[in-house]
Design a protein around this ligand. Structure first.
Ligand SMILES: [Fe+2]
Ligand SMILES: [Fe+2]
Length: 276
């Protein structure tokens, strides 16, 4: 069943979203005919950077799309935002096909990945913490802790030269197909983004409003003009302002319930009816 649903996904292509910065999109099935974005990014500067490597289900499409934007032998950096499976899908392919690339990650990602993947090449790594940066020749990329996240190792990336930010699992939202927030129904963003943010970071219910606002403000103050994420549309201008406001509003409010047995029953009903 899963295979055929994935086979029906609309075709997506790499999109230039900021100077030198390409979104590498893929889609997964979502509810109500909507799709879940599963994006990554490529920065094509003097020393090209791959930003995350997609999900295992999209491995082949990811390789095709990423290397349509940059030649593997030119890639000098692979930035891994965190060790979750949907960000490491083509990690080993990328390391193999990009022999000049250094993997930017951190101690705890490596510690966690060693439990589920073959050994990573320590000699090809650089470990950078939030607040740190790395120089890619024509720009210095800055790491920060994303506003909300579903993995403790998560680090976002900001490029002051292009104004583009990779905010990892923050700002998730199902989409009717477009990857531009301006083209999406605004009520969809208003309803789904907070609900999915709650799903990935249910600890928002325990947050102190003032402390969390300081954290969100600090990310916003980096001054990004284009914000891309793994599971949501590209945000700019007013849509971006709204998204930061919705995040701040999550502090201390109850968790949004996720669908339960009723949804499973409704998904299974056609199959059971056929069998019966
Ligand atoms: Fe994640
Ligand atoms: Fe993710």
């Amino acid at each position: 069943m899963t295979h055929s649903l994935f086979a029906d996904m609309p075709l997506t292509r790499p999109e230039l979203i900021a100077p030198d910065t390409f979104l590498i999109p893929n889609l997964a099935p979502g509810p109500d005919g909507l799709y879940l974005p599963v994006n990554s990014m490529v920065i094509r500067g003097r020393e090209p950077v791959i930003v995350d490597t997609g999900a295992p289900v999209h491995r082949e499409q990811w390789l095709e799309k990423a290397f349509a934007v940059v030649e593997p032998e030119d890639v000098r950096w692979i930035f891994l935002s965190h060790d979750d499976g949907d960000h490491t899908g083509a990690l080993f392919d990328a390391l193999e096909r990009c022999p000049r690339a250094t993997l930017v990650t951190n101690f705890f990602s490596v510690e966690r990945l060693q439990l589920e993947k073959p050994a990573l090449p320590l000699a090809r790594m650089r470990w950078v913490e939030p607040g740190g940066s790395f120089d890619t020749g024509d720009r210095v990329l800055q790491l920060f802790r994303p506003p909300v996240f579903d993995g403790p190792t998560s680090r976002g990336l900001f490029d002051p030269k292009s104004g583009a930010m990779w905010i990892v699992d923050s700002f998730p939202c199902f989409t009717p197909g477009t990857l531009e927030a301006d083209e999406m129904p605004q009520e969809l963003l208003a309803q789904v983004m907070p609900a999915l943010s709650s799903a990935i970071s249910p600890w928002h219910a325990w947050l102190d409003g003032a402390a969390f606002t300081r954290h969100v403000d600090a990310v916003e103050a980096l001054g990004a003009s284009t914000v891309a994420s793994a599971h949501g549309p590209v945000l700019r201008g007013e849509r971006l302002d709204d998204a930061f406001d919705r995040l701040r509003a999550l502090a201390g409010v109850p968790v949004t319930p996720t669908p339960g047995q009723e949804l499973l029953d409704s998904l299974l009903a056609p199959t059971l009816a056929e069998a019966g």
